[in-house]
Write a protein that binds this ligand. Structure first.
Ligand SMILES: CC(C)(COP(=O)(O)OP(=O)(O)OC[C@H]1O[C@@H](n2cnc3c(N)ncnc32)[C@H](O)[C@@H]1OP(=O)(O)O)[C@@H](O)C(=O)NCCC(=O)NCCS
Length: 176
């Protein structure tokens, strides 16, 4: 448990190719976490796809993947950001191009949570977004993810949309 170990002396750095196997593992465990923590095995084809997506991201000037690295232990967290540009569709617009940064794939190893790893990762991601001229930061998290909700809300993120789901049969009933 985090309370039994001293605050880890981790460093934050950009991800490199050698990190990719660990990053795929983090993304797999993040997906399991989002799916309710069920024990499942990733398909080999999906492992390969994730590896390639991350590998491509390392080369992209609009993306940054950062990791928290603890000497003697290895990687204990990751996060990434992508800056998107869109042209204004309005004649009256004073700004021709609008940039937004999408924050994604935030994972901190369970034993190293509540030590500020997330905040340190985010600082680096926000620096990148700011340098690239992003006007705002956008992200998604599951409404059942209490620690994510708490962490993002404390940083000023507010809900701007709602993704809704219903069982098809229930909707069919409701439409009768
Ligand atoms: C959410 C997560 C990234 C937080 O990482 P962390 O390194 O423990 O976070 P930090 O220690 O930097 O704390 C950040 C803030 O979140 C709060 N927080 C962190 N974990 C929390 C929890 N379990 N419950 C309530 N608040 C929590 C902290 O109080 C802190 O706020 P403060 O600095 O104002 O006190 C981590 O729990 C995690 O990886 N969860 C699983 C994956 C996930 O949910 N990713 C986010 C998807 S969007």
């Amino acid at each position: 448990m985090a309370s039994r170990i001293p605050k880890p002396a981790f460093t934050i750095r950009d991800a490199v190719t050698a990190d990719l196997p660990v990053l795929v593992d983090f993304l797999t465990r993040l997906a399991l976490h989002v799916n309710g923590g069920l024990e499942m095995q990733l398909k080999e084809s999906e492992y390969q796809r994730l590896y390639e997506v991350l590998e491509t991201a390392l080369e992209s000037p609009d993306k940054r993947i950062v990791v928290a690295d603890l000497p003697g232990v290895g990687l204990i967290g990751m996060g990434d950001v992508t800056v998107w540009s869109s042209q204004s569709i309005w004649e009256q617009a004073t700004v021709a191009e609008y940039r937004s940064a999408i924050i994604d794939d935030i994972w901190v190893e369970p034993d190293y949570r509540k030590f500020g790893v997330f905040r340190s990762l985010l600082k680096r991601l926000v620096e990148f977004a700011d340098e690239r001229g992003a006007y705002d930061l956008v992200l998604e998290y599951s409404s059942s993810n209490k620690e994510a909700k708490q962490a993002w809300t404390r940083l000023g993120f507010v809900t701007t949309g709602i993704r809704a789901a219903a069982f098809t049969q229930n909707v069919k009933e409701a439409l009768k």
